[in-house]
Ligand binder design. Structure first.
Ligand SMILES: Nc1ncnc2c1ncn2[C@@H]1O[C@H](COP(=O)(O)OP(=O)(O)OP(=O)(O)O)[C@@H](O)[C@H]1O
Ligand SMILES: [Mg+2]
Length: 343
């Protein structure tokens, strides 16, 4: 178990700056997710932590030891890490047991010890019965468990997970997500978990670092991130909020196209250019509010999502399922919203 510190990391590929001054501390035993859209630098950051890439600038410490920095580059195998990738990355011609044993045989541990530790690791991921199977005889979820066992077998100080669940179907993903949470509670390993799935990050993490174009916009607990997003980007990405540009005038929010939303009392702000951030479930459909033509209604089971065109984007409202037809005019009212002033 070890704490991790990333300090002022920069990384470019050619002329493209991919990571731009990224700093993050992960406490011992903590699970921190790197969450952000495709291409924002999550994998690059994880690869620098693992030692597969070297930062152009900045310092990386694991357990207080500098593993990357000016003049320092500790190779991956000396960093005491386990890593699981999105693709299963197991050897097709080896059995489950041989796959999991690999990091230990590399270290030339005695056979008996290897066997004991492999058995234990397979028990952690509930694959005891499948030790002699080969990868083509396993499901996707089982393959990813093999990768997890192999990453854990050598007792890493830190476990790095790069979208380990995204190749799995929804049910398997849920199952393995619970498994990772249970393993973590049991082993107490420090974990850095990369994902672009906000639900996954909210469910698993102690804290989440939201990345946007190579910088961290906010690091907080799932609760704080969800309820108090620091930027419109975080609100849009984490809570699936509607984000509208416009201006505040006379207690209402006005879009450039002329749609006017009266602001709820606790949301009054001084006049001027603003970004309005409002979650779909914080909008009400009723008799009052802004009249808008419905463009689509999606039945969600417990609720329905209603979409309205506003200035070239779609405003999403989630509420109780009700009868409504396309292009019918419905009234939309803000119950709760956040405003970010633009300078
Ligand atoms: N070896 C490389 N050479 C050149 N460009 C690269 C290389 N690796 C990554 N990039 C670029 O750097 C950017 C960040 O890539 P990265 O893989 O870190 O993104 P990511 O956040 O993991 O995205 P995803 O969610 O799609 O996996 C991308 O624009 C990518 O094209
Ligand atoms: Mg990636």
């Amino acid at each position: 178990m070890a704490a991790i510190s990333l300090e002022g990391l920069f990384k470019s590929y050619g002329a493209t700056q991919v990571v731009r001054g990224l700093s993050l501390d992960v406490r011992e035993g903590e699970l921190v997710s790197l969450l952000g859209p495709s291409g924002c630098g999550k994998t690059t950051t994880l690869r620098m932590l693992a030692g597969l890439e070297h930062p152009d600038a900045g310092v990386i410490r694991i357990g207080g030891e500098t593993v990357a920095g000016p003049g320092v580059r500790v190779p991956p195998e000396k960093r005491g890490l386990g890593m699981v990738f999105q693709s299963y990355a197991v050897w097709p011609h080896r059995t489950v047991e041989q796959n999991v044993a690999y990091p230990l045989t590399l270290r030339r541990l005695p056979k008996a010890e290897v066997a004991t530790r492999v058995r234990e690791a397979l028990r952690w991921v509930r694959l005891e019965g499948l030790a002699s199977r080969r990868p083509h005889e396993l499901s996707g979820g089982q393959l990813q468990r093999v990768a997890l066992a192999r990453a854990l077998v050598a007792g890493p100080r830190v476990l790095l997970l790069d979208e380990p669940l995204s190749n799995l179907d929804a049910a398997l993903r849920e199952e393995l997500r619970a498994e990772i949470a249970a393993l973590r509670a049991r082993l107490g390993t420090t974990m850095v978990f990369v994902t672009h799935d906000q639900g996954e990050a909210l469910a698993l993490s102690d804290r989440i670092a939201v990345l946007n174009r190579g910088v961290i916009e906010q690091v907080d607990t799932p609760e704080v991130l969800y309820h108090e997003p620091a930027t419109p980007f975080v609100a849009g990405f984490v809570g699936g909020a509607n984000v509208l540009e416009g201006e505040v005038r006379d207690g209402a929010f006005l879009t450039p196209g002329g749609t006017r939303f009266p602001l709820p009392p606790e949301c009054r702000a001084s006049d001027g250019p603003s970004t309005l951030v409002v979650r779909p479930e914080d909008l009400d459909l009723g008799e009052h509010g802004t009249p808008l033509p419905l463009s689509a209604r999606l039945f969600l089971g417990h609720a329905a999502e209603y979409r309205f065109p506003v200035d070239g984007t779609l405003l999403r409202v989630v509420g109780p399922p009700r009868e409504a037809r396309a292009s019918q005019i419905l009234h939309v009212q803000l119950r709760k919203a956040r405003l970010f002033h633009r300078g």
